[in-house]
Design a protein around this ligand. Structure first.
Ligand code: UDP
Length: 328
């Protein structure tokens, strides 16, 4: 049996990856410090003999007795609201955390896949974004903590690959959605769906002309799985190229949810990228991968997940409390 360590296992993508690897016959070791993850995302695996969980902050030394064949590094805050509130942890998990995992992979002779992001392209001047575009990032802006941590993560991963011959993979993840997103994580899909379910107006930031391209979680997981088992060491975009403006997206959500509410406009956050769309030609070519779930189907599945949440959860307004994780 092959062993895989998944960091960020209690998060949205991490927990779906745990499910996928267990389904494929792996022994999965999940790791998370719950700073943005949620215990409930892994509850269904608690008595699964192919799963164990270690509560640990990957920015601290990691020791694992078992052999490891694969490591997937998915630990990181991923919502703009989260990384604005915990900027130093965001920088540390992408840099120090990645360094620890590279060292662990080297010691265990394991293959390491790191979760990078479309944010490495910043507010892109090239559209759609191809992997050979170097990006347009404001290093000192509020989003810089995430973008630069992820850019450093790519650099140190390539250095370990080139210098130590470590087997590494880099996935650049574009906006992904689905069940187990945190309702109050501030990202646009949970935000709009929560507002629709509570009977509130939908808050569009700026004039809503900025675009995003949303990928359903099952497609994302399939792309990541294929990339891990490919022999390609350079970054690969995984996302759904179906692009939509946020204003049109709000209208779609109103239609989908049947809410009577209207759209209201709020200030655009600093450095909010104006357009984002993955060019997935590379993934198509080398992984024979492309997304299969269209937005209508994916959004409906996601809405059903949010609709079934307990009533008190729906009305929990405050964002996650990080105070336990911040040393005063
Ligand atoms: N957004 C919005 N209303 C919200 C939350 C987000 O209009 O209540 C916008 C946000 O300004 C951005 C887009 O939706 O342009 C996607 O934001 P998200 O936080 O989901 O992630 P991003 O793609 O910016 O990392």
């Amino acid at each position: 049996m092959k062993n895989v360590l998944i960091t960020g296992a209690a998060g949205f993508l991490g927990s779906h990856l745990c499910d996928r690897f267990i389904k494929e016959g792996f022994y999965v070791i999940g790791m998370d410090n719950y700073i943005t993850g949620d215990k409930r995302n892994l509850e269904h695996l608690s008595s699964n003999p192919s799963f164990e969980f270690i509560e640990h902050d990957v920015t601290k030394h990691i020791s694992i007795d078992k052999k490891l064949d694969y490591i997937l590094h998915f630990a990181s805050p991923a919502s703009p609201i989260d990384y604005l509130k915990i900027p130093i942890q965001t920088l540390k998990v992408g840099s120090l955390g990645t360094h620890n995992l590279l060292g662990l992979a080297k010691a265990k002779k394991a293959r390491l896949l790191i979760a990078s992001t479309s944010e490495v392209y910043g507010d892109p001047l090239v559209h759609p974004q191809t992997e050979d575009y170097y990006g347009n990032v404001n290093t000192i802006g509020p989003r810089g903590v995430y973008d630069e941590a992820k850019r450093f993560q790519e650099s140190i991963t390539m250095a370990y690959h080139r210098f130590h011959g470590l087997e590494t993979r880099i996935v650049r993840i574009f906006n992904t959605y689905g069940p187990r997103m945190r309702l109050n994580d501030g990202r646009v899909i949970p935000a709009f769906m929560g507002q629709a379910l509570r009977g509130e107006d939908l808050t569009v930031f700026g004039d809503g002309s900025q675009t995003r391209s949303f990928c359903y979680v099952d497609d994302q997981v399939e792309g990541i799985y294929k990339l891990l088992f490919s022999d390609y060491s350079y970054p690969v975009n995984i996302g759904n190229p179906a692009e939509i403006s946020i204003k049109d997206f709000a209208k779609e959500i109103i239609k989908l949810t049947g809410t009577q509410q209207k759209i209201i406009y709020k200030n655009l956050p600093v450095d909010d990228p104006l357009q984002r769309q993955p060019d997935i030609s590379l993934a198509k070519k080398i992984l024979n991968w492309e997304p299969k779930v269209d937005r209508t189907e994916g959004m409906l599945k996601t809405f059903n997940f949010f609709k079934d949440l307990p009533e008190d959860e729906l009305h929990k307004r405050e964002h996650k409390d990080f105070s336990n994780h911040i040393k005063k």
